[in-house]
Ligand binder design. Structure first.
Ligand code: AHM
Ligand code: MG
Length: 327
């Protein structure tokens, strides 16, 4: 069987869409290239003096670690000059990130969380990069605008994530299924390992939530988890690293939740570069993703770093969540 590299796969996908300009292909290549650099740094994190907090805080008041900064810069530097993007946004930057003046501006915007789950780095727990691509909406030329970054998830043209785990995997969708690639470090290439990922239905009976917050949950959220427990067949798995918890949910099935609670009325996770891209992947893999009432992909953001409660996984479990939360 021929080995299919990410590059070959993307080219073949593009050929099926004669109207494709190649912009997209380049954006995905560049994300994949950035991911190989981040993967190398993550793997070496225990060996070189890169661990530990810098003492600074990001826009959400969280400790920023050096690997976060590195990943943030690597993604920007890999995508700023290609001429395909007109604006970027990152979890690590409060404001939209313009494309440097000297480079041409393209038709797309990229939103990313460079290294999610960074509080787990010191414990060698899997972490990830999440990305979302939209076509620019308003002005057709020049710099992009904030409104280009505030589009609902349903308008994403590509979304995906990279998991830095026991191996490094890139999983993405452009709206025609979900495909997973594993990084072969010896040749520095992502190879197709998981074509056409579909969330197993019915999936394993796994629910995933930070249950330590249950005292702050709404009655609906409490009722939901009680119902899952009373079925007597569920296991609980919670890594506390979104990409890892999501990836398990995608491959094994189940229900991942980060609900609203009395202290965090919109939960913790960010809509535009965390939940929305993962929701597109989940839906493309045959699953569902909602905020407990409506599909995540229909939520229209009003600010860049907006948070949203989320329920992602097998359709039947997400429907049960909707019933309990909105009922
Ligand atoms: P981060 O963006 O600061 O890394 O935080 C996001 C992480 C997610 O990876 C994970 O799902 C969540 O925080 C866990 O939060 P909690 O500790 O409240 O359960
Ligand atoms: Mg994050």
């Amino acid at each position: 069987m021929a080995v299919v590299t990410l590059h070959r796969f993307i080219i073949e996908e593009e050929r099926r869409h004669p109207e494709a300009t190649g912009d997209f292909t380049s954006i995905l290549y560049d994300v994949a290239f950035a991911a190989t650099l981040i993967s190398r740094a993550v793997n070496k994190a225990g060996l070189i003096d890169i661990l530990g907090a810098t003492g600074e805080e990001n826009v959400h008041g969280e400790r920023v670690q050096k690997l976060d900064e590195y990943a943030n810069k690597v993604i920007f530097d890999s995508l700023d000059h290609g001429g395909h993007l007109c604006l970027m946004a990152s979890e690590e930057s409060e404001q939209p990130i313009p494309i440097p003046e000297q480079f041409p501006k393209g038709d797309y915007v990229l939103l990313y969380d460079p290294l999610d789950g960074s509080s787990n780095i010191d414990a060698n727990v899997s972490i990830g990069t999440i990305f979302s691509v939209h076509r620019r909406r308003d002005q057709q030329t020049g710099d992009g605008a904030l409104s280009d970054l505030l589009q609902p998830g349903v308008d994403q043209v590509a979304a995906g994530y990279v998991l830095y785990g026991s191996s490094t995997m890139l999983v993405y969708t452009t709206g025609a299924g979900v495909h997973g690639f594993t990084l072969d470090n010896s040749i520095g290439a992502f190879l197709l390992s998981h074509p056409r990922i579909e969330i197993p239905d019915p999936g394993k009976r796994i629910y995933s939530v930070n249950e330590a917050y249950s005292e702050r949950w709404s009655d609906g959220q409490k009722a939901l988890v009680d119902r899952l427990k009373k079925e007597g067949k569920f296991s609980l798995r919670y890594i506390g690293s979104l990409v890892a918890d999501f990836h398990r949910t995608l491959l094994y099935g189940g229900l991942f939740m980060y609900p609203a609670d009395a202290e965090s009325p919109k939960g913790k996770l960010r809509l535009q570069y965390e939940v929305s891209p993962l929701s597109m992947v989940c839906e493309q893999a045959g699953g569902a993703a909602t905020d407990g009432r409506k599909p995540i992909l229909d939520v229209v953001p009003s600010e860049l770093h907006e948070r949203v409660p989320c329920y992602m996984g097998n359709k039947e479990y997400v429907e049960l969540a909707n019933e309990c939360i909105s009922g």
